[in-house]
Design a protein around this ligand. Structure first.
Ligand SMILES: Nc1ncnc2c1ncn2[C@@H]1O[C@H](COP(=O)(O)OP(=O)(O)OP(=O)(O)O)[C@@H](O)[C@H]1O
Ligand SMILES: [Mg+2]
Length: 218
């Protein structure tokens, strides 16, 4: 499903080497945890898989396809891949509802169905009573849960989650993780999750450890 082969990535015209030959495969329906100390390259790797950043060397294939054109990248991002960012990236001046509907509008989706889906997801994550609030007014945990709702709006089959429970208390962490788990187990989604949470990582199918831009041998 996701095939990452010998991927290299640097910033600042090659001065900051971040990924140094990362290879990994993720099977359809797999729940994979990506662990490693701060700065080892987890978020960078997820951004590359999502097509948000370009790579220096190597390749990334999704469903056997390499993304070549910008247009393909954008289409993929909008429909196939849901990205839950480490910093939620919601638009602060829009309400949570408006934020959630943006990706649906972007693909010309059915708005009535989208509103129902949004309400169901917001109910499950406990932010239904916050949908009409501007993001500015939400707590960090509410934003994070709202970002999860938004990422699921177009029902993508691949989910990339960057510390999706980082800003949550115990109870909400369990709610969000259970929802993600259910999406993989019953919904057939494939999930790659960067996390510092050892307990959550252990509940995934597989854990990959990264250090200094490389994946450590199992
Ligand atoms: N746009 C950028 N320009 C320059 N350096 C960057 C950029 N993005 C990331 N880096 C550097 O790349 C390294 C890896 O960053 P990354 O965000 O992938 O780490 P991470 O494993 O996700 O860490 P954390 O656990 O803290 O989220 C860091 O040293 C970071 O400073
Ligand atoms: Mg990170």
């Amino acid at each position: 499903m996701i095939d990452v082969a010998d991927v290299w990535k640097s910033f600042d015209a090659g001065k900051i080497a971040v990924l140094k030959g990362v290879s990994m495969e993720v099977a359809r329906g797999e729940l994979l945890a990506l662990c490693g100390t701060s700065g080892c390259g987890k978020s960078t790797l997820l951004s590359l898989i999502a097509g948000l950043e370009s790579l220096d060397r190597g390749h990334i294939r999704i469903d056997g396809r390499e993304r070549i054109t910008e247009k393909e990248k954008v289409a993929l991002l909008r429909k196939e891949v849901g990205f839950i960012f480490q910093l939620h990236h919601l638009m602060p001046d829009l309400t949570l509802e408006e934020n959630c509907l943006v990706p649906v509008i972007a693909v010309g989706g059915n708005m009535a169905a989208a509103r129902k889906r949004m309400r169901d997801l917001a109910d499950q994550t406990g932010v239904a009573h916050r949908l009409d609030r501007s993001v500015r007014e939400l707590s960090g945990g509410e934003r994070q849960r709202g970002a999860l709702v938004r990422a699921l709006m177009n029902d993508p089959h691949i989910l990339l989650a960057d510390e999706p429970t980082g800003a949550l208390d115990e109870e909400n962490r369990e709610i969000v993780f259970s929802l993600l788990l259910d999406l993989v187990r019953s919904g057939g989604k494939t999930l790659v999750m960067a996390t510092h949470d050892k307990e959550m990582a252990q509940r995934c199918d597989r854990v990959l450890h990264m250090r200094d831009g490389r994946i450590l041998p199992a």
